[in-house]
Design a protein around this ligand. Sequence first.
Ligand code: PEP
Length: 245
Amino acid sequence: MRRKLVAGNWKMHGLNAQLGEVEAIAAAAAATPQVDVALCVPFTLITRAAAAAGAMPIGAQDVHEAESGAHTGCVSGAMLREAGATLAIVGHSERRADQHETSHDAWAKAMAARRAGLGVILCCGETEAERDAGRAERIVQSQIEKSLPDGASGDWLTIAYEPRWAIGTGRTPTLEDIAAIHAIARAKLRHMVGEAAETIRILYGGSVTGANAAEILAVDNVDGALVGGASLTAAKFVPIIAAAA
Ligand code: PEP
């Protein structure tokens, strides 16, 4: 039985003024022990967010694939650990689009995060053009094939299916479409890692809100949610945590 995970992705949002939201979300997480909750914040906020979060895990939104070296502006897994992060998102579609990251990059980053002792949320998902062309399932299979880190297991790895066209748009796939992709992703994991596939959580992400969370989280093989916009305030995020309980 996989526990539900509700993870927030604050993207490029979050200053000291928002630490009260971290505290309020952490309080709700502590009051909902049957659900795992995490918040992935900007690098600059990790240490202060971790101090405000108590037992709730704080994550990063990226990690460099190298352990150290001449990589101006980049941050390693060991740095994230020292700052107070316990997990990292890799392969988010905004980084694939803005920083031209590939599935191979996501694999390398997941491996680096793992070496540093971080948990990993590995993102995949099709564009709207790919869905319209009937290629969504193939794209997700291919992304998982190319980016799944070696030794994948649910004690440190989570997959997030995030159709790019659903991120920040207020649009979501039908529940049937979500079920279809999550089933395909689970089958791909089984093919690649055998029984360990049953331990790996597959989150849905893309315009999850308090209003649609319960029905999405009830879909087969949906083991939680990766939430962007609606994770920025406790008022919007706590109902999603409640829906997962
Ligand atoms: C995300 O950034 O991972 C995301 C799912 O964003 P939103 O919830 O805002 O669509």
